[in-house]
Design a protein. Sequence first.
Length: 148
Amino acid sequence: MGQADHGWTGRHRIRIARIDGAVVLHFTRVTSQGGRVRTDIGDFFRKDYPRIRPSMDRFAVRIWIVGGTGRLDVDNVAKACLDALTGAVWHDDRQVDELRVTRLGTDPGDAGGGIGGDPALYLVVRPLAGPPDAGALDTLLTAIAVLG
């Protein structure tokens, strides 16, 4: 992923920053059409920010949906974002080992994090330092055994 540039770049609805090896993406005016999110983010990386090349690393992705979000399904937003970053950040979204999506400002009357009350997305994509944590599976299996 390279070094940090610590500054927002981009125009219109999509802006990007690179901080400590992570890619931070801000995307405004998100609609319920997942295909539109996928197309817009994909176009941004191809046209406006071609500096990033797909990596073979494993990744962690954190997505925040901010404002006006009563009409968006978090699973559809996550899938659209992962698909959009395929070919730009990673070769295949199977390289994502951690994914967390949080919706903020869920009040249907919320003015939103975007223009005109539309929601905004913040994505943080960072490469994982090593292989997935095998200890997490052991912890889960131990917890299940205790409950069982």
